[in-house]
Design a protein around this ligand. Structure first.
Ligand code: ZN
Length: 475
């Protein structure tokens, strides 16, 4: 079995050969902790967790180091802290925001079946490494000081733009770069900047008298260096990070350490849309992981984390994904069925080779899903070995942690059976409550779920003009 991964830098799927098989090293850009993680943030968490599990399977669990950082110094964090805790000193408010958000992020990704990374470094704990990189870059003419800022001189690096495959003109047009008086060139980016009064601040490098704070791109170069070395195996993140974030990480690390590569393989997951639309707060289709996992009026989770995880993995990680309720309903129908078939049979000692082979082919998770459907059919046909293989595969993929089938299919309703009249009344009451709170997403979700069970809702008005919802079986 040869692991092959698609590398964004060379735009090819290549055999993966670790620098040191005894310590395979992966860095993934983590969250900036100021708000609830949305379902788009869940995608890299799940995708690179699957890769982490595969690498552990191939090289041994103790031979893989997975670093995912926590960005805890950022303008958005400062703004959120000032808004939410106006009575507190800013630094205290920032600590509250980052600690709460980090706790929530962990609860969310734990529920999605993601293993914790080996190391989760915080940016604010790596200021000495950032200063050291800045000193190296200035010494070699790759960075300069201007008006208490330190900037990376993009013109000093001929290979700049290699990852994004864009010319300087295209990058200028696409990046909405700020023209600032302290920049020699509009493309130059900030490595260090002065802090405003009350903001987090550290002694500045390069003889700058006022205290300052790091630029975002520099944080990842410093944390990757500290925990994985000057050059490592895999760097991952969402496709939206290719430019400028990852391009700038490469510039900083390659110039500071005189290397051709920061990471040998660059991997990026595709975009996520919600019901065919770009997700945005203004469109009202901003879906947080917490919303999806939230407890319903029926006392059960809206969607089990395993349903969300498997729904994500039904699309190949490099493809754009359209996140729909229809997909979730589909998974909630077949995952409990798989678990039912695998329950009561001990897991096969080996994960089925066809599952590992599909994963080793650039994480072909749709291929894995097809294998699992086939195993399920065999298991239900009475083949005990297939049930054991299915069991082992579900555990390996992280979509089953021993729950009973009806814990995964929520509401305690078997979606293949028609709901009782009492149950329909519960659904309608929950939907009416959601509509009263203008929670249209939830309202639509409940309507869609009933539709899936063959129940059609009709919104109308009663004799006195009050809104009323009736139902009838679909014809
Ligand atoms: Zn990063």
């Amino acid at each position: 079995m040869q692991l092959r991964l698609f590398d964004t830098l060379t735009k090819t799927k290549r055999p993966f050969v670790p620098i040191d098989p005894a310590n395979v090293r992966m860095y993934v850009c983590g969250p900036t902790v100021y708000d609830f993680a949305h379902i788009g943030n869940a995608r890299p968490a799940i995708v690179f967790d699957v890769l982490f599990r595969l690498l552990r399977h191939v090289y041994g669990a103790e031979h893989v180091t997975y670093v995912r950082n926590i960005t805890d110094v950022d303008d958005k964090i400062n703004a959120r802290a000032a808004r939410d805790y106006p009575g507190l000193p800013l630094n205290e408010a920032i600590r509250k925001v980052t600690e709460e958000t980090e706790r929530q992020f962990h609860a969310d990704v734990d529920a999605l079946g993601c293993l914790r990374p080996t190391i989760e470094p915080r940016a604010t704990e790596h200021i000495p490494e950032m200063r050291a990189i800045i000193d190296r870059l200035i010494a070699d003419g790759h960075a300069y000081v201007e008006q208490d800022h330190v900037l990376f001189a993009v013109a000093s690096m001929p290979a700049y733009g290699r990852l994004a495959r864009r010319s300087l003109d295209e990058m200028l047009a696409g990046a909405r770069v700020d023209v600032a008086p302290y920049k020699r060139d509009a493309m130059d980016f900030v490595l260090w900047k002065p802090s405003k009064p009350g903001e987090p601040a550290w002694p500045s490098p390069a003889g700058i008298a006022v205290e300052g704070r790091p630029g975002w791109h520099l944080e990842c170069s410093a944390m990757a260096w500290k925990h994985l070395g000057e050059e490592f195996d895999i760097h991952g993140g969402g496709i939206d990070l290719v430019f400028p974030h990852h391009e700038n990480e490469i510039a900083q690390s390659c110039c500071a350490f005189h290397r051709d590569h920061m990471a040998r393989t660059w991997m990026h997951n595709g975009f996520l849309q919600v019901e065919g639309e770009k997700m945005s707060k203004s469109l009202g289709n901003f879906v947080t992981i917490r919303d999806l996992l939230a407890t319903t009026a029926f006392g059960s989770s809206k969607w089990h984390g395993s349903v969300l995880r498997l729904a994500m993995l039904m699309t190949h990680y490099r493809q754009p994904i359209d996140w729909t309720v229809e997909r979730l309903i589909e998974v909630r129908r077949f995952l409990p069925d798989w678990i039912g078939a695998a329950s009561g049979v001990p897991p096969h000692p080996d994960v089925p080779p066809e599952v590992i082979e599909a994963l080793a082919d650039d994480l072909n998770t749709p291929g894995v899903v097809a294998v699992l459907h086939a195993l399920n059919r065999e298991a239900k046909g009475g083949v005990r070995e297939a049930a054991g293989k299915l069991h082992a595969a579900l555990r390996c993929l992280g979509v089953w942690n021993g729950e009973k089938p009806d814990e995964i299919g929520s509401y305690g309703v078997d979606v293949s059976d028609a709901p009782s009249e009492q149950e329909i009344k519960h659904y309608i009451a929950a939907r009416t409550a959601a509509r009263a709170q203008k929670n249209w997403a939830e309202s639509d979700r409940i309507r869609d779920e009933l539709a899936q069970m063959g129940i059609v809702l009709k919104d109308g008005k009663d004799a006195s003009g009050q809104p009323v919802t009736t139902w009838e079986p679909a014809r």
